[in-house]
Design a protein around this ligand. Structure first.
Ligand SMILES: Cc1ncc(COP(=O)(O)O)c(C=O)c1O
Length: 308
């Protein structure tokens, strides 16, 4: 039985339910996070990646949406590690914290409505293949920051994502790439985009209606470490068609090479050398195999018995 944390207590996931009158269910007024834990069988330990950074973003999203989750970053980290210990999953895990407008009111506003917080965990393998995907530039535009805040992870925003992904899948593609209204490349459906051109790693800035991804930041620091030059600048659509390498990064997709875009082969059509190097480093770091990146990880050990 999987446990969840909801309304300040641990309970079976199937009991963590809401009324159909809940504000967030009707109007999309919630904020969430997606956090990964990688299970290391030898150590019987789950390594949770960038836990603190995810909760820092969670609270930033809540601030934009006038949601008061009522917990600090440290408290949320503590609750999450306790939940993981209780669930003791021996697979890779996805952790979903959610804060939302919880009152059953018919009133489209953000103030004067009580908030609630829930956290649940599910097993999760690869969200997208990590050996090459075929993506399409979507006819749907990425939401603009002045319409629905793009740097906040707002539940309602994912209508935009679902429309684009659904069309991409029905047309036979693995994922969609969003342009913003300006015509510049924003990001993948739930991942940030990186391009390699002439030996330079390029990704759009935070002002291009992207979600400011935690993996994006991590991959930028890995790129710096392997001494590949970086440019954070707007990207045109047709640059994608002439790029040497393209890849998506995110908690869910991890580092997913794009080998085809809009029926055009990217580079040589195989995983490029820069992507390969960054992907290998990223996976090793997440599994706790690289001592210098251990500070990314919060270990949740199942073999040490702790009061739970
Ligand atoms: C819209 C969107 N962009 C980018 C990302 C990647 O962000 P992160 O690396 O923090 O998971 C995600 C995934 O959470 C996302 O939903």
């Amino acid at each position: 039985m999987s446990l969840a944390f909801f309304r300040n207590q641990f309970m079976p996931l199937e009991n963590a339910t809401v009324s159909i009158a809940t504000h967030a269910l009707n109007y999309g007024t919630g904020c969430f996070e997606g956090i990964r834990g990688y299970y290391n069988e030898n150590a019987d330990t789950l390594y949770v990646v960038k836990l603190k950074e995810h909760y820092q973003r969670f609270l930033r999203s809540c601030r934009i949406m006038r949601i008061d989750p009522g917990y600090t970053v440290d408290e949320l980290c503590q609750i999450t590690t306790t939940l993981l210990q209780k669930n003791a999953m021996t697979t890779d895990v996805y952790i979903r914290p959610l804060a939302f407008k919880a009152d059953p009111v018919i009133k489209v506003t953000l103030e004067g409505i009580a908030d609630a917080v829930g956290i649940f965990t599910v097993p999760l393998g690869d969200y997208l293949p990590t050996n090459g995907i075929h993506v399409a530039v979507s006819a749907w535009r990425r939401l603009e920051d002045n319409a629905i805040p793009s740097r906040a992870k707002v539940t309602g925003s994912y209508v935009n994502t679902a429309l684009a992904v659904s069309d991409a899948h029905l047309a036979g593609f693995d994922d969609a790439i969003f342009l913003s209204e300006s015509g510049h490349v924003a990001e993948g459906s739930a991942a940030n985009l990186f391009m390699v051109r002439d030996g330079v790693v390029i990704t759009p800035p935070g002002t291009e209606n992207i979600l400011e991804g935690i993996t994006r930041q991590v991959v930028l620091s890995l790129t710096e470490e392997v001494e590949v030059p970086i440019q954070v600048r707007p990207i045109d659509r047709t640059e994608l068609y002439v790029a040497d390498e393209l890849f998506l990064v995110g908690t869910g997709v991890q580092v997913a090479p794009i080998t085809k875009i809009d029926h055009r082969t990217v580079g040589t059509g195989t995983i490029g050398p820069v992507t390969q190097k960054l992907q290998a480093l990223y996976f090793d770091a997440c599994r706790g195999l690289v001592p210098r990146y251990r500070d990314w990880l919060t270990p949740v050990s199942y073999s040490v018995s702790e009061p739970v």
